[in-house]
Design a protein around this ligand. Structure first.
Ligand SMILES: [Zn+2]
Length: 293
């Protein structure tokens, strides 16, 4: 297994990949369809997205498994196929990545709010366990628990991945700027509040993803670095806040805009940078060029 931590320790700035969902929509995925079922039904298209980022020069790529926890797949009555779907996701990315590029198995939120009592902690732990095990079996080098808002859910996902696999664990939260100028998740968690909780749960790499664009990510990384100078930080930034017009979603930040801010993001303390919603292989190419300079 390849070690992301070892690569970061070599004092290298690493580049991750960009969006999957928006790329799959361009290849024909319809709104309301289960993106992760495409690992089985549209393997070629999913492989095309993965290869797009490997060809762009990314050091690591994710897997098309963001919503593939059994808890989330139950929306499509696909919960019984979770293992198969996650294993296929990791397999596809492994095939695209080859030996040089790392594969990060993506685990997103379940959509279940624990506070509302719709599921028990044990249910969610078991759901994340199935997903993590399948991703590792399919060839993931690390597990990336991402777009988290709730400490309790993130902790369960990290623990499941840590206990059921040998993979290194990344955990990133999604923050919004609130009126005071501070950053909080939907569930009221601050970047500082995230750090100790996810590290205690066993995360090896921490950070932030999605959000409103790369500028905000610089502030969030600064907030993390104020209280933690050591833990590697990963940032997957959106290409700005999505704009909905005439039924079409666009993202305002071009590859040049994002690449222009990459040095400041690294200066703030990020070790691994890449994109989230709305970013493309061109964004990743531009970031690589900016970092090389
Ligand atoms: Zn996103």
């Amino acid at each position: 297994m390849r070690s992301l931590l070892a690569l970061v320790k070599k004092n290298k700035i690493l580049i991750s990949d960009g969006a999957w969902g928006t790329q799959l929509h361009q290849l024909g995925l319809k709104g309301g369809e289960c993106p992760e079922l495409w690992n089985i039904t549209h393997r070629k298209e999913v492989l095309t997205v993965a290869k797009g980022y490997v060809d762009a020069g990314a050091d690591m790529i994710l897997t098309n498994s963001f919503g593939a926890s059994p808890a989330k797949l139950s929306h499509w009555n696909l919960n019984d196929r979770a293992f198969e779907i996650n294993e296929a996701a990791a397999n596809i990315s492994r095939e695209a990545a080859g030996d040089e590029c790392l594969v990060l198995g993506s685990i997103g939120p379940t959509g279940v709010i624990l506070m509302m009592g719709k599921a028990s902690k044990e249910d969610l732990y078991n759901s994340f366990s199935i997903q993590a095990e399948a991703l590792a079996k399919g060839g993931a080098d690390a597990i990336c628990v991402e777009t988290m808002a709730d400490i309790e859910e993130a902790t369960l996902a990290i623990k499941a991945a840590k206990e059921k696999t040998d993979c290194e664990i990344i955990c990133t939260f999604t923050f919004e700027k609130i009126s005071s100028g501070a950053y909080k998740t939907m569930m009221g968690v601050s970047p500082e509040g995230m750090v100790s909780a996810v590290k205690d749960a066993g995360a090896d790499i921490i950070g932030t993803n999605c959000g409103n664009g790369i500028e905000g990510m610089i502030d969030i990384v600064r907030a993390i670095r104020k209280i933690d100078k050591e833990t590697p930080v990963l940032v997957h930034a959106n290409a700005g806040k999505p704009v909905f017009r005439n039924g079409v979603t666009t993202f305002p930040e071009t590859p040049d805009v994002m690449a222009g801010k990459a040095p400041a993001l690294i200066e703030a303390g990020a070790n691994i940078i890449g994109g989230c919603c709305g970013t493309t292989p061109d964004h990743i190419r531009a970031m690589i060029a900016a970092v090389k300079k």
